[in-house]
Design a protein around this ligand. Structure first.
Ligand code: RNT
Ligand code: ZN
Length: 421
């Protein structure tokens, strides 16, 4: 162990010298890393089921896999998230859905209040996690034919408008209690499998529902509103009411924010490219960082060109403190806590690597019109010793280095998760 620490220390000193050669201060990059939170999505822990007894209803989030040990209640889900956080050197927030409420007596989703999340709030407070929130507009008997805020039925819209309004109040309370603004996201699955006869009607309903939800002004220092669009979903291949254009236009006109889920675009689209287009013009931007394979498949986040590009763009544009970052995926085919850890560590590594990037040299080459140097440096920077800095960070944070985290996780799986039936 001591030997390992020595190696990490030595390699860090070497890496520090390499980066210094490019004008980058690794200690400063680490300090900045510690200021940037990643919001972990609670719903990976139980396959987006939630704690309510909603009966046998359709789910609008497709989760596949049968790995044992899913969390069955709030205590288990929180324990699992704590475990994931112990294996990640990142700064953490928690992203909650309203279906994870723990009311004292069964409470419909549109009547939930802050007290129904008391246990989450106390836990987050005790551990210094910020909180983000979402009303769950899915997997519920009131999802009439898969529609919520854009339903043709007035009573269905009313129900979900109430849920949407309540969520904003809950988010504001959470922001107040945590001392950091709570990002409240709205995603609705509303759409149609086959060609609509009347697209406009649904979009008018959605617009009117949103107007009602946002009627009350809430303090920006407590909560922020964002809207999450999508190109298509399974079962809604022909038409998504809440498309990107709809929400972008709505957000710009109504001073709310947008949520960009990296799995929600055509596979050849690049969310990294979109940031500089929206961040300066839209009040708030949240990222749902996901990995879509061929489509919005919500695979566990891993390192790769897309993730690197996203983090580089955040760094180069100076967006890290303007854009919220949350993870969003669900995989029930591997250990669910491991899925969180893999995603957190991937996002963290990509973020740290971007913070360490000698971006100023790329910018200088471009400003000089020297695209040859820009490309040559781009290639060179891919292999700088970021992992040595990452290991040093893990060591400093008391988090397992390398795959050591897997050993800890296996023990947890054996002692805790495998006992759940
Ligand atoms: C679904 C959206 C949405 C959900 C969660 C559960 O396509 O990505 O963000 O994943 O709200
Ligand atoms: Zn999402």
């Amino acid at each position: 162990m001591a030997q390992n620490e020595e190696r990490i220390q030595r390699q860090y000193e070497d890496a520090k010298a390499v980066y210094a050669g490019f004008g980058v201060d690794t200690d400063e990059a680490l300090a900045e890393f510690r200021r940037i939170p990643l919001s972990l999505h609670c719903w990976q822990g139980d396959d987006v089921k939630g704690f309510e007894d909603v009966g046998d209803v359709a789910s609008q989030n497709l989760v596949t896999g049968q790995y044992p040990g899913a969390a069955r209640n709030g205590d288990e889900l929180r324990a699992d998230m704590d475990m994931a956080f112990r294996l990640s050197p990142c700064r953490h927030r928690v992203n909650l859905h309203s279906m994870y409420a723990e009311p004292k007596t069964p409470t419909p989703r549109n009547k939930l209040t802050t007290e129904d999340f008391r246990r989450w709030i106390e836990w987050a407070k005790a551990n210094g996690y910020g909180l983000d929130f979402n009303a769950s507009f899915f997997t519920h008997p009131m999802m009439a034919d898969g529609f919520s805020l854009a339903s043709r039925r007035r009573e269905v819209r009313d129900y979900w408008v109430e849920a949407g309004k309540g969520a904003r109040e809950i988010a504001a309370d959470m922001g107040r209690e945590m001392g950091t603004p709570c990002i409240n996201n709205i995603w609705v699955p509303d759409g149609l499998k086959d060609m609509p006869a009347n697209r406009l009607l649904y979009r008018e309903h959605l617009r009117e529902s949103l107007d009602r939800i946002f009627e009350k002004q809430l303090d920006r220092s407590l909560m922020r509103d964002v809207l999450e669009g999508k190109v298509f979903g399974i079962g809604t291949e022909s038409f998504t009411v809440g498309s990107h254009e709809f929400y972008l236009a709505y957000a710009a006109g109504h001073h709310v924010g947008i949520c960009m889920d990296t799995g929600h675009y055509h596979p050849t689209e690049n969310v990294a490219d979109k940031l500089s287009a929206v961040v300066p013009l839209i009040d708030d931007v949240l990222l749902h960082i996901s990995r879509g394979l061929r489509w919005d498949s919500d695979h566990v986040l891993i390192q790769g060109d897309d993730l690197s590009a996203l983090m580089q763009e955040m760094k180069r544009g100076g967006f890290f403190h303007q854009v919220g970052m949350g993870l969003d995926y669900f995989d029930a085919s591997i250990n669910r806590v491991a899925a969180w850890v893999i995603g957190l560590r991937a996002a963290g590594k990509a973020m740290l690597t971007a913070l360490l990037e000698p971006s100023a040299l790329l910018e200088q080459a471009e400003a000089d019109g020297d695209f040859t140097a820009r490309l040559a440096l781009t290639e060179e920077f891919k292999n700088l010793p970021a992992n040595a800095v990452w290991e040093y960070l893990c060591l400093q944070e008391g988090v397992p280095v390398g795959t050591d985290w897997l050993t800890v996780l296996r023990r947890y799986e054996q002692d805790v998760q495998s006992k759940r039936r």
